[in-house]
Design a protein around this ligand. Structure first.
Ligand code: NAD
Ligand code: TDX
Length: 337
């Protein structure tokens, strides 16, 4: 099976590429990635060049996407996106370009090349925010996003559903909760807090810290995407979650406790504008239709993640210092779009 993975040099994409190559010896993968600030070629180091190839290209450019697609490609898994809510609040244009226009370019290119299947990787944030005690989001929940990031992902989802309805494109959408695990860019809550804790810096907690996220280990997400890729029904949306609801304050305390550090490192800072209070996912559909279940409890997954960042200090210090960019500018500079 030949798969094209967009955004495969980022956090979830690189975990998916590694997981898929390990899980199935018959799979080969081409990663298409623009190597933005969030893309790190080092995340894909050590993979067999026979089974994996990194192509530097931008999903908003038809020639870049069409260049990696032909009739031998069995599927496209579309991760490429601007993914950080705070950046979308500072400046939203790149989110509209990559997440909305880029997704339409991928849809058109997949259709033109006759690729049999597209998996579009989306997020629970498209549903908006839940109040405490409200039932979890089902796939039928209306799309009421609040951040520019979430709005751009909702726009992309609607374009995917429109292509499936209008052109009969075989496309499936996944909507997952907050991921954590190895190779996550340390701008997101868990890797930021672990690496700040390890560096003796404050953990900046927004507002009262009582916002709830439905956490899932990235490996469980990768297994779910593989199940959707192989068995998902065309035109269908699948929620992916691990019943891992935790508030941010509790996550901060658990990280510091795993590292035997003082809770005094937590610093309450100004809240994020329009900060969604709670996400939670109903995952009955994927469990019933595709027989997928999460396997990693939050406490175990968090302990494993803390160990990974302790053991890979070199990786995150290079990311935080910006040294990883020097590496890929020398490796890929002339090929960057
Ligand atoms: P990430 O920011 O770590 O990685 C994004 C990748 O996309 C990077 O490698 C980047 O270089 C690449 N990219 C960005 N713009 C591009 C462009 N124009 N052309 C080609 N490549 C481009 O993101 P992530 O956390 O790995 O998220 C991956 C996907 O999963 C996104 O679509 C995101 O919306 C979705 N998602 C993320 C989470 C989460 O908790 N991180 C949860 C649910 C869904
Ligand atoms: O410094 C921080 N302090 C803090 O309190 C940061 C970075 C975050 N937070 C809070 C905000 C959220 O309530 O922690 C929670 C998690 O924040 P993020 O890691 O920024 O994630 P979130 O805003 O929930 O969005 C994420 O989940 C779904 C991803 O970034 C998205 O890509 C994904 O779609």
């Amino acid at each position: 099976m030949r798969i094209v993975v967009t955004g495969g040099a980022g956090f979830i994409g690189s975990n998916f590429v590694r997981w898929m190559l390990d899980a199935d010896p018959a799979v080969s993968i081409v990663t298409l990635d623009a190597l933005t600030y969030a893309g790190n070629a080092e995340n894909l180091d050590g993979l067999s060049p026979v089974r994996h190839q990194l192509v530097v290209g931008d999903v908003t450019r038809m020639r870049d996407v069409a260049g990696v697609l032909d009739r031998r490609v069995d599927a496209v898994v579309h991760f490429a996106a601007e993914s950080h809510v705070d950046r979308s609040i500072s400046s939203a244009q790149a989110f509209a370009a990559t997440n909305v226009v880029g997704t339409q370019v991928v849809l058109d290119a997949v259709r033109q090349a006759g690729v049999p299947r597209l998996v579009h990787v989306s997020t629970d944030e498209v549903y908006g925010s839940l109040a405490p005690g409200e039932p979890p989001f089902t796939e039928a929940h209306p799309l009421t996003p609040t951040s520019p990031y979430a709005a751009s992902k909702a726009g992309a989802d609607l374009l995917v559903l429109a292509a499936a309805a209008t052109h009969g494109l075989d496309a499936v959408i996944t909507r997952c909760g907050n991921n954590y695990g190895p190779y996550q860019f340390p701008e997101k809550l868990i890797p930021l807090f672990i690496t700040n804790a390890l560096a003796g810096q404050p953990l900046p907690l927004y507002g009262d810290g009582r916002q709830v996220r439905d956490w899932i280990h990235v490996e469980d997400h990768c297994r779910a995407i593989a199940a959707v890729l192989q068995r998902g029904r065309p035109g269908r949306v699948y929620n992916i979650g691990a019943h891992g609801e935790q508030d941010n304050l509790s996550v901060a305390h658990q990280i510091l406790s795993l590292l035997h550090l003082d809770p005094g490192q937590i610093r309450h800072v100004a809240d994020r504008p329009a900060h969604d209070r709670r996400y939670a996912l109903d995952t009955e559909r994927i469990e019933r239709e595709l027989d997928w279940r999460p396997t990693i409890e939050f406490g175990d997954g968090l302990a494993a993640a803390v160990s990974w960042y302790q053991e890979h200090r070199d990786w995150w210090e290079r990311v935080k210092s910006g040294a990883y960019r020097t590496y890929y500018e020398s490796q890929y500079g002339s090929r960057l779009p």
